[in-house]
Design a protein around this ligand. Sequence first.
Ligand SMILES: *Cc1c(COP(=O)(O)O)cnc(C)c1O
Length: 422
Amino acid sequence: MNGFSYRGGNLFAEDIPVADLVGGVGTPFYCYSAAALRDSYASFVSALEGLDAEICYAVKANSNQAVIGLFASMGAGADVVSEGELRRALAAGVSSGKIVFSGVGKSRSELTMALELGCGQFNVESEPELDLLSDVASGKGKTATIVFRVNPDVDADTHDKISTGRAGDKFGIEFERIGDVYAYARSLDGIDPRGLAVHIGSQLTRLDPFRAAFEKIAGLVWDLRKQGHVVDRLDLGGGLGIVYRDEVPPPPTDYADIVRDVFGDMGVSLTFEPGRRLTGEAGILVTEIIYMKESGGRSFAVVDAAMNDLIRPTLYEAWHAVDPVIEARAGAAVSPVDIVGPVCETGDVFAVQRDMPELNAGDLLAIRSAGAYGAVMSSTYNSRPLIPEVMVNGDQYAVIRPRPDYDTLIEMDNMPDWIAAD
Ligand SMILES: *Cc1c(COP(=O)(O)O)cnc(C)c1O
């Protein structure tokens, strides 16, 4: 279930026609379904039943406080990668002990802030980070609970730019060096090494890379224990894929079966950090066609959303389904159209030669599976204000981030007094 379906030829977000939302916020805007978010979270939870497991939602997938707060209200913690995300998670009601701090480049001030706030776990990605964390923690008389992010050298078989677990990727500590680093950590003040973390990439649609990585981690746990180390926590990251086109991503139950198989009797508590899987399909981007034009023998639909609002097609050549908000009649003829934004970049394209029914200026389109790595990656390029986010809940909705006005955007700059306009 993704919360969006046609009723009588109109695309609905739960019980509200998408077209009815336009009057309230204007286009373009993101729209999320609360029911779909709850559903994806609940199916993850039920798949993990019987395991000693905690879900720390990967905030970077969609960091709107309403989204974080919805998951927190269902018991989720948060996986954060910056001070900003840490602050957002706290503001949304996640307790600090349920926050995992990940990321390859945590700064001294971020580590200090996270220690002061009582962050539950630090996922350490290098020895210099370990030294810095020890310095900060011991200086404050605190102890940081840490796990080491391992680079297992496993290819996640996903897009190159979202693969994170191959030797030579910037993430984690080399598999072979974990034993030494673990021993070193035990000699440091303010550091309590408790286990390992692994996250091999995003939008995985096959399970065998997970199994390969998990088996390597399990072997490492036994080795570390043999060396006398305490290993009672494992953080298995995120990465489960979703449907953009015709993928058949594995259900969380099959994923959980592998986890049970590999770690079931190891006596470890487990953390999961799903992001995309919880929010991706639960969101759409609604945009209006400004112009139809013909050029060079091609048809273009120029829409009011652009790459600054949703950069996935430009950045990853990602394919998103695009559906008219008013459904075409059954059997209507289709023809290929390029769906493009107004930004002055040739790469500002949402869909290339996409078979679409007849389109006209003023028509609304829904870009599907836009709930993850959508709004969070947006920018104000071309001085376009960030677009609003709306959350629908049954027959009610809320604007969970309004559209800023142009003054707010422009007033962010300061004009030095030594630049004088004529
Ligand atoms: C991005 C990220 C996640 C979430 O990945 P998804 O593919 O969105 O589930 C989890 N853990 C870490 C460390 C990450 O960097």
